[in-house]
Design a protein around this ligand. Structure first.
Ligand SMILES: Cc1cc2nc3c(=O)[nH]c(=O)nc-3n(C[C@H](O)[C@H](O)[C@H](O)COP(=O)(O)OP(=O)(O)OC[C@H]3O[C@@H](n4cnc5c(N)ncnc54)[C@H](O)[C@@H]3O)c2cc1C
Length: 564
């Protein structure tokens, strides 16, 4: 007898599961419910439709209920909210939103892919704010787009500097609005560490976004035409986008007595089965294991939802493939820059008490002599003993995506930093260098693992100099004059050998250059001559990007629309 599989949620995870189920079993009865009007649409493209980069709304609809039903013979019921699961009788209650009728439907197996919804905190004045929007669905998008096109607002406030907030800030700038982005933390885009986010802050300010960090929204006044911040700023606005994060849609699961974790994610085993063997759950609504540190976490991204959609179907048909955890590889466009990360950042590793080492390199996206090359700030985080790769972050104008994808692949292939120099990657001058940025990061990290070099980080060097240690800036004098670390003495690397007699013998000497390479050479010269020498990782550029960010943050650089 054919089995009946019911799916709750028809977008990323749900639609993928439905299609795979049908390909595995032509006879199963598959019923997919979505409380919205649309299924299988491109959530990730929604900000770009508002900003006008995607012009044709139809392109957002990857599948319509009709096209999917025709191809996969799935019974698709939109505008149908599943309101209850009766596990004992294996039925669900469905509220048909068009007719306002409620009915029951049986299942043999149930897949929950209800996603996550935007967090809307009870900020004073939020209910009266007339032009306050969140962005998740096509109707949300239509509402924002219609408001922007018809009301032509000039001032936008985006609350929350996660990926969606930052993408919206860019897209609202693209339609000509003045944009203020308010973020409670000291940085935007949490998967980045602060010094990497500092580059993105700079880009936002350069593009005229009024970036407010370390501040939260206290209240909305005058029907949401004024935003009051905790630090006393008052910002006039006629459009607010609230994007401070999402929470799992777990009510069905909780009410049915399924296990959920402390952050509300539905708990599943490695085969995506919930605490009820007939019920599976996937996507943004579930807890996952972090691929790197094996702790439970929640990572609401499209790749995990799609992967789990396929695996859940396989597992239901006996082709048992475990879900191995989420690495959190992510990418976003921020005006002229691409920002991408994979694995764990320093903040996460620190909070878990995991020891790690870090390298920052700033290689060119491709050969410097071929037009159009631009630097990539690439950070690699790894275990100093074993070389295990914990994570990587990259920010730059070109070639960021493939470098992070290569490192993400290396992580999944259990390669260590010692293997990265040996990756034979495609090279011709328009695309890369004979030593690709990933090779370069691998070389630098290997030097640390092999004990050829010791480094200090950008946040340690000021205190070291203040404690009276010697810091040698080995750049040339014209570079030094443009900006230097207080207390540094300038001895260009090529002159270093003739100055050795001036240097202290029995204490650690610190060295830096612009990006780390000449500092490394200088460190080797010093060590080979019997000195104890340590290089500043990432050089002056990594140090300076933080200093500039702090100064800009204080002076509130950007198009300030702050009213008194
Ligand atoms: C604006 C935006 C941009 C994004 N950009 C990116 C990106 O660039 N890269 C990336 O990796 N990820 C991105 N994401 C995240 C990505 O879209 C999600 O991780 C992914 O869609 C999750 O899939 P899912 O199946 O768990 O949930 P969803 O795709 O959200 O689907 C859940 C569906 O279930 C329905 N539903 C919920 N409860 C019920 C119920 N009780 N009855 C019936 N139906 C129900 C909902 O209406 C919804 O349609 C973005 C998300 C948004 C909103």
């Amino acid at each position: 007898m054919s089995k009946k599989i019911v799916i709750v949620g028809g977008v990323a995870g749900g639609s993928t599961a439905a299609a795979r189920l049908r390909r595995l079993d032509e006879t199963a009865e598959i019923v997919m419910f979505d409380k919205g009007e649309y299924i299988s649409y491109a959530n990730c493209g929604l900000p770009y439709y508002i900003g006008g980069t995607i012009e044709d709304r139809k392109k957002l609809l990857v599948q319509t209920p009709e096209s999917m039903a025709a191809r996969y013979n799935v019974d698709i019921r939109t505008l149908s909210e599943v309101t209850r699961i009766d596990r004992e009788n294996k039925t669900i209650s469905v509220h048909d939103l068009s007719s306002d009728q409620t009915y029951e439907e049986t299942y043999d197996q149930l897949i929950l892919s209800p996603g996550a919804r935007p967090i809307v905190p009870p900020i004073p004045g939020i209910d009266e704010a007339k032009a306050l929007f969140t962005l998740r669905t096509i109707p949300d998008t239509d509402r924002i787009k219609a408001y922007v096109d018809e009301q032509k607002p000039s001032e936008a406030v985006v609350i929350g500097g996660g990926f969606i907030g930052v993408e919206m800030a860019e897209n609202l700038r693209d339609v000509g609005m003045n944009v203020t982005l308010i973020e409670m933390a000291n940085q935007i885009m949490p998967p980045l560490d602060y010094e990497m986010a500092a580059i993105v802050h700079q880009q936002l300010r350069d593009k005229g976004v009024n970036l407010i960090l370390n501040d939260g929204v206290k209240a909305f006044k005058n029907n949401g035409t004024k935003v009051l911040t905790q630090n006393g700023k008052v910002i006039g606005t006629n459009l607010i986008i609230l994007s401070i994060g999402v929470r799992p849609e777990n009510e069905l699961a909780v009410n049915a007595g399924l296990s959920v974790g402390t952050r509300g994610g539905i708990q599943v085993d490695e085969y995506l089965q919930t605490s009820d063997p007939s019920i599976y759950a996937i996507g943004d609504a579930i807890e996952v294991k972090c691929y790197i540190n094996k702790q439970t976490t929640m990572i609401p991204l499209a790749w995990p939802a799609n992967r789990q959609g396929r695996l859940v179907a396989d597992n239901m048909y006996g082709k048992y493939t475990p879900y191995n955890g989420t690495l959190g590889t992510s990418i976003a466009k921020v005006f002229d820059y691409t920002v991408s990360t994979t694995g764990n950042n320093e903040k996460t590793l620190k909070s878990l008490g995991i020891n790690y080492e870090v390298v920052h390199v700033h290689p060119s996206s491709h050969a410097g002599y071929y037009p159009g090359a631009s630097p990539i700030a690439l950070k690699l985080i790894f275990d100093q003993e074993t070389g295990k790769i914990f994570g990587a972050q990259a920010v730059g104008k070109n070639g960021v995506d493939k470098r992070i994808d290569v490192i993400a692949t290396a992580i999944k292939g259990d390669l260590t930093v010692l293997d990265l120099p040996d990756l034979e990657l495609a090279y011709a001058p328009p695309y890369s260098s004979a030593k690709d940025p990933v090779n370069m990061a691998g070389y630098v990290a290997s030097n640390i693992v092999e004990g050829l070099i010791e480094t200090v980080q950008w946040h340690e060097i000021d205190a070291i100099v203040e404690n009276g240690r010697t810091l040698i800036d080995v750049r040339n004098s014209s570079e030094f004059k443009k900006g230097y670390i207080n207390g540094a003495i300038n001895i260009p690397v090529d002159d270093l050998r003739s100055h050795l007699h001036e240097l202290p013998q029995n204490e650690t000497i610190y060295v830096h250059c612009q990006v780390g390479l000449r500092g490394y050479i200088a460190t080797r010269i010093l060590r080979e001559n019997g000195f104890i020498a340590v290089n500043l990782d990432g050089g002056y550029r990594t140090y300076d990007q933080v200093i500039r960010d702090k100064l800009d943050s204080i002076s509130n650089k950007g198009v300030s629309k702050t009213n008194g």
